[in-house]
Ligand binder design. Sequence first.
Ligand code: FES
Ligand code: FES
Length: 128
Amino acid sequence: MSYSEKLIDHYENPRNVGSFDKGDDSVGTGLVGAPACGDVMKLQIKVSADGLIEDAKFKTFGCGSAIASSSLVTEWVKGKSLDEAATIKNTQIAQHLALPPVKIHCSVLAEDAIKAAIADYKAKHGQS
Ligand code: FES
Ligand code: FES
């Protein structure tokens, strides 16, 4: 199996690794697991007063494709509104990183994680 350069780049130089304070009102936290392999991904967004995602961080305990997928998503969501970020699809992630078919579920994890982070932020702010 050969991996794409973008995939290897995000795996070797992951962007935005780390975490924010979960209790911070401007932070939304998504924590999801992949049933297929047991890997776990935490993805957090920091939302500015004007409703845009100003920063994002992740920690992923999983395979290289999961790390690359979460790294890519943290880059993609910056500057987006919550509604825009919620439209990110795992298929876009998989295509961008040229994930092989057995690694598609790793990109699903990243889509689930950003959706969960958005839902957490909205719940904190009384939105549904
Ligand atoms: Fe990172 Fe495309 S490889 S944004
Ligand atoms: Fe399970 Fe990648 S997240 S193998």
